[in-house]
Design a binder for this molecule. Structure first.
Ligand code: NAP
Length: 311
């Protein structure tokens, strides 16, 4: 089979298309014929060797994919695998494989795993989001941001979102956000705050805390919470801003979730896919051989949902 392999950590050009033997399932393992693989920012950190836990070299990147079970032909999406998702076949444990409804494309299925489990965990397991609350998704145009917007709207929150491009803002508005702002505008947070009538946000899901956390703390309602999902460096905060709202900053990192947490998130994803509340947005499909290009795009271009690789 064809698969992307990484033999040394480094820039995107270390992603090479190679021919490998087809993996063989043993015991209860499942073999999935991959039709689309999702590209996540974490794939680029691992490839660069800049992540806490690194795989042994060589390895096949990717956690998310969708395809068909080799045995039964059932449509599935993967949330993790034993052999890597950027490949024609992936070997999985049963708990890594979930049903993909017929009304979703394989590319949409490849957009589910990391982004939707992250969004669910940030909103409900960490921030304990409640119906009727007002939330800012600070960076709502990417894979995690759009998933967060969809989960929050389905749960009856009022959602305000930000993006850095016109297309991103249009997409967030089309999802049903009440207001949308440009996070490149230095005054955007004041304008977003004003939409709450001066009350502030009950909840902020933060996708770039290294830029925004200090300001977020000034935009919280009483007992407001910021969930830090993404950050690319250090940031200065004034603790008094947190005291003023009796606020809280909550971190979250997907590998800290328990097996029960993950199972709960996939159950919620299944419900949302079936009732139509969750509709993954795919911005771009690239051939598997162009994995390096996909890694450059996800780090350099404005986000608009998910980039997927097609074997
Ligand atoms: P993505 O699809 O590349 O989206 C990145 C998002 O960040 C876009 O919405 C982008 O908006 C936004 N952004 C850029 N500049 C920003 C700014 N100044 N303020 C606020 N947002 C800004 O990536 P993703 O998959 O959604 O992941 C987003 C982040 O979460 C990444 O850092 C990723 O590593 C992290 N993450 C963490 C976990 C975890 O377990 N904690 C899990 C998954 C992802 P524009 O492109 O429109 O400017």
């Amino acid at each position: 089979m064809r698969a992307i392999r990484v033999h040394e950590f480094g820039d995107p050009d270390v992603l090479r298309l190679e021919e490998l033997p087809e993996p063989r399932p043993v015991d209860d393992e499942l073999l999935v014929r991959v039709q689309a693989a999702g590209v996540n920012p974490v794939d680029t950190y691992v490839r660069a060797g800049a992540y806490g836990k690194l795989p042994a070299l060589p390895y096949t990147p990717g956690a998310d994919a969708a395809g068909v079970l080799q045995d039964s032909g059932a449509r599935v999406y993967l949330s993790g695998s034993l052999s890597g998702a950027y490949a024609e076949y992936a070997l999985c444990r049963p708990d890594q494989v979930h049903a993909l409804p017929d009304n979703l494309s394989f590319a949409q299925g490849a957009a589910l795993g990391v982004p939707y489990v992250t969004a669910y965990r940030a909103l409900f397991q960490r921030a304990k989001a409640l119906t009727g609350e007002t939330m800012l998704v600070h960076g709502a145009s990417g894979g995690v941001g759009l998933a967060t917007v969809q989960f929050a709207l389905a749960a009856g929150l009022t959602v305000v979102g930000t993006a850095g491009s016109d297309a991103g803002r249009e997409q967030i508005a089309a999802q049903g956000a009440a207001d949308v702002f440009d996070h490149r505008d230095p005054l955007h947070l004041r304008a977003a705050f004003d939409t709450t009538g001066g009350r502030g946000f009950d909840l902020i899901v933060e996708l770039l805390a290294s830029v925004n956390l200090g300001d977020d703390l000034t935009a919280l309602a009483r007992h407001g919470r910021v969930v830090v999902v993404g950050s690319r460096g250090a940031v200065e905060i004034d603790p008094r801003d947190l005291m003023n709202s009796d606020g809280a900053v909550l971190g979250m990192l997907l590998p800290n979730a328990t097996a029960d947490d993950i199972a709960e998130a996939h159950a919620a994803i299944g419900t949302g896919l079936r009732d139509g509340a969750l509709r993954p947005v795919v911005s771009r499909e690239l051939p598997l051989a162009e994995a390096a290009r996909a890694h450059r795009h996800i780090m350099e271009r404005p986000a608009l949902g998910k980039i997927v690789l097609v074997p």
